[in-house]
Design a protein around this ligand. Structure first.
Ligand code: KG4
Ligand code: ZN
Length: 332
């Protein structure tokens, strides 16, 4: 089964082609819109939707040509339909519906979070996915922890109560420290060559569920340090060190509580060098990290989980809608 995956939930247009029988990635193409949004220091939804529209058909043709396939060789069309920017989601969804009707192939709508959750396992057969595992999606929009028992069986066990970690990096890195957009990779680059002392950040207290997290206080403390004249290189490196230490301390607590010995990390921030290093040094747990090329938004992860969802639940109706929110973002 040749599966097409289309991702347009935010500011990356992703096309993936995945051979579901051989569990092999055939094509992985992403067009990033960072150049368009960088002068606004954030994603402008209207520009994002228009930019997806401009490139999606070109990327689709390119992806097919690259692997010498014809549109009719595609057996299943998978597309992200939630959560995300509604205008952006509609571009991918409508393009996919058009293909589904024209090619007479089934359509499967995919949750963006679900696609990230399984991205560390791209290339794995179902029987090699280590259920149950703890999944942490850490991106620009999410810092969410799930207990994953099977395809389609997820329990949200903790999440950030305010900013996502990537969002905190982006706000401090781009808006306060003026390092570039998005801030996360710039902060990480600084961290990697930084050799000095760190300033410390106080960990936030969260009410009720002790596994939940909060990152907005780190932002406020960063502003305070900045106003005190702390060097911005030191500040950027310290922010990465302290927020990642904090996140990993939560991960350790959750693993212990749920007695889980498999851990999967995903989302844009899973590319972070210090986070990867710390996670890999955890004891008594098998760690699964996505290949760096699948940490950020992409179509391959949509094709991969879409194939399993289609096998388990069948196709979606052609009138399937797009949604800015996902049930996976909220506690039951
Ligand atoms: O998963 P993703 O591509 O899009 C969302 O679904 O949000 O994640 C983008 C986020 C941005 O906040 C970006 O700054 C962050 O991932 N990011 C990083 C790194 N690379 C990307 N944050 C820290 N270190 C990195 N190396
Ligand atoms: Zn994402």
């Amino acid at each position: 089964m040749i599966v097409l995956g289309i991702e347009t939930s935010c500011d990356d247009t992703g096309i993936g082609i995945y051979d579901f029988k051989k569990h092999k990635v055939l094509s992985h193409i992403v067009s990033s819109q960072h150049e368009i949004h960088k002068k606004f220091l954030g994603v402008v939804p209207e520009y994002a939707a228009r930019a997806h529209l401009e490139v999606i058909d070109v990327l689709f043709d390119y992806a097919l040509k690259e692997v010498n396939l014809k549109p009719k060789d595609i057996d299943l069309i998978c597309v992200t339909n939630r959560p995300g920017l509604i205008g952006s989601l509609f571009v991918g969804l409508m393009f996919s519906k058009g293909l589904s009707l024209a090619l007479e192939r089934p359509l499967k709508a995919v949750d963006h979070l679900e696609a990230h959750i399984f991205s560390p396992f791209i290339g794995f057969k179902k029987e090699d996915i280590p259920f149950p595992f703890l999944s942490i999606v850490v991106s620009g929009g999410h810092t969410h922890f799930y207990l994953v028992e099977d395809i389609g069986k997820y329990t949200l066990v903790a999440k950030t109560l305010d900013d996502a970690l990537g969002e905190a990096f982006d706000k401090v890195g781009s808006h306060i420290l003026n390092l570039g957009f998005p801030g996360g990779p710039y902060i990480d680059k600084i961290f990697q060559s930084y050799k000095g002392e760190y300033v410390s950040f106080t960990y936030p207290k969260v009410k009720k569920n002790p596994f939940n997290l909060s990152f907005s206080g780190f932002k406020t403390q960063a502003i305070k340090y900045y106003n005190q004249g702390i060097d911005k290189i030191k500040l950027a490196a310290s922010l990465q060190k302290c927020t990642v230490d904090y996140l990993v301390s939560k991960i350790e607590k959750i693993l212990k509580h749920y007695k889980i010995n498999a851990l999967a990390i995903s989302g844009g921030v899973s590319a972070n060098s210090y986070f990867r290093k710390k996670i890999l040094s955890l004891k008594n747990v098998k760690v699964y990290l996505p290949n760096l090329k699948y940490t950020a938004d992409n179509g391959v992860m949509v094709a991969y989980i879409g194939g399993f969802l289609f096998e388990k639940y069948g196709e979606d109706p052609i009138d399937v809608n797009a949604y800015s929110y996902s049930p996976l973002q909220q506690f039951n």
